[in-house]
Write a protein that binds this ligand. Structure first.
Ligand SMILES: Cc1ncc(COP(=O)(O)O)c(C=O)c1O
Length: 349
């Protein structure tokens, strides 16, 4: 059997040993359920330190729950949430935003590399029919950091969107499934990459970056925090043994583990990008700024890579997505780039 080289998703990897150890350490004695425990209390304090501001943190089982329930608390049932066409809430969450928002509508705004732009948002709000009961009312904007094409919003880009959104009374939701990867790329603090740039509520990804079974909603806007517990509870997403979810997230941020893991994944993606960028017939369709590569190449090359045992997502006849994990090895990178090099040379001959 040929070896399998894993580039399908950062979901396919292992959990970081530190999180497993934290789970074992939390498995002692008794404590209250549903977030009334000491570890969940510590998590509130710890993330307030990490983000340098008071926050409310709600551990949740999945990124989809984080997104849909953060947005349910940010928008009305007759509200519109603006997002990029590629946004995970639009392509991959089974209408969860509309379902948990009791009718909230997604409105897509085309932009560059999976981003929403401030001009597009301004135009959409102007054309929305604010105050008309026949129309969806602008309620929130969703930005995915890093984007669903692997690019990273700069702090200025987030702030420009935040300014437009707040001028019109919209909330700013960041889908930070790869927030740590973006922080490492930007070289900024968690505060600079979120609320200081205008983010009201963050879906904080943990699972993809060495996590196990928990992501979190981090709320910066106190008025959003007051209703979110109800949305979570009615959606059945409040862990009863919450302390085990909180233990994972505490371990995730301890001693900057989250940034270390994200740096490893980003560095692996950068190395891969560097090695395949010069190949004939191979085009990276978006900047590689986090841990994902979106690559246009001849269909025959995609098929050959698959039959050589490389695991990745085919996103179209010529489009493939490769994702690097925190533990992607040098051997995996060398094997993929080497094979692509040989196939590209064969195609060009
Ligand atoms: C950008 C983004 N947001 C959210 C999610 C949601 O994650 P989950 O599958 O845990 O619901 C994903 C998962 O692939 C993602 O890539």
């Amino acid at each position: 059997m040929k070896p399998a080289y894993e580039f399908r998703s950062d979901n396919c990897g292992r959990a970081a040993p530190e999180l497993i150890e934290a789970l074992a350490a939390a498995n002692t004695g008794t404590d209250l359920g549903y977030g009334g425990d000491a570890l969940t209390a510590s998590l509130q304090v710890r993330l307030a330190e990490v983000f340098e501001t008071p926050v409310r943190v709600f551990p949740v089982p999945t990124g989809t729950a984080a997104n849909a329930l953060a947005l349910a608390a940010s928008a009305t049932p007759f509200g519109a949430v603006y997002c990029a066409p590629e946004a995970h809430i639009n392509t991959s969450e089974g209408n969860a935003t509309g379902f948990f928002g009791s009718g909230t509508k997604l409105v897509t705004l085309a932009g560059t590399h999976g981003k929403v732009g401030p001009g597009g948002l301004e135009g959409a709000i102007a054309a929305a029919g604010v105050g008309l009961a026949h129309r969806s009312q602008p309620a929130a904007v969703n930005l995915v950091q890093a984007t669903d094409l692997g690019a990273v919003y700069s702090i200025d880009e987030i702030a420009a969107l935040g300014d437009v959104a707040h001028a019109h009374g919209l909330k700013v939701h960041m889908d930070g499934a790869r927030f740590a990867n973006a922080l490492v790329r930007l070289g900024c603090t968690p505060a600079q990459g979120s609320w200081r740039a205008g983010v009201d509520v963050l879906s904080l990804g943990v699972t993809k970056n060495g996590g196990l079974l928990a992501d979190a909603i981090v709320v910066f806007a106190p008025e959003t925090a007051s209703s979110i517990g109800f949305h979570l509870r009615r959606a059945g997403t409040v862990w009863s043994k919450m302390r085990f979810a909180s233990a994972q997230i505490l371990a995730y941020v301890k001693d900057d583990l989250w940034l270390r893991l994200a740096r490893q994944a980003n560095d692996a993606a950068a190395r891969l990008a560097e090695q395949i960028r010069p190949l004939a017939g191979v085009t990276l369709i978006a900047p590689v700024e986090a841990n994902e590569l979106f690559v246009d190449m001849p269909p025959a090359m995609i098929a050959a890579l698959q039959s050589e045992g490389f695991l990745f997502q085919r996103r179209g006849p010529r489009l493939a997505r490769f994702v690097c994990r925190w533990d992607t090895s040098d051997d995996e990178i060398a094997a993929l780039s080497g094979c692509m090099g040989r196939l590209a040379a064969k195609e060009a001959a």
